[in-house]
Ligand binder design. Sequence first.
Ligand code: FE2
Ligand code: FE2
Length: 148
Amino acid sequence: MYYQPFSYENNAHDARPLQQVLREIAKAINDEFQAIHYYTRLAELAPSNQFRQMILGIRQDEIKHFHWFSRAYHELTSKYPPITLGVQLPGSFKRGVHDSIKDEQETVPLYHKIASQVQNQQISQRFLRAAADEQRHAQIFSQMAAGI
Ligand SMILES: [Fe+2]
Ligand SMILES: [Fe+2]
């Protein structure tokens, strides 16, 4: 896939594209933060040890993403992103699994978009790898949903 990157370094008079991608990265960081807490609760609600281990594995990926994205934000801004507390935790395992399929699927295009808009190749690669992880998470949750 070929992306046409914009050059914000050479385009200092127009900070809008950078501001927009930073807002999206900040949203991604907050989504990961919420997901870590959400999956902690979902693992507690799991009806079997097998499902619990699967969810804890996904949770580990979200922790990894949270660190990748926070570092990326810091590299781009020399600041830490604002984190908003206030995650709504799953009320039941079944409902939580179904909502997670949707949430995981929704992050994939957002991460692809961010990857296409940042010039730093390492940051771009990390968003692409995270998008592949989220796609896999959606598949795992879909398989779980079929088994409950
Ligand atoms: Fe993630
Ligand atoms: Fe995920």
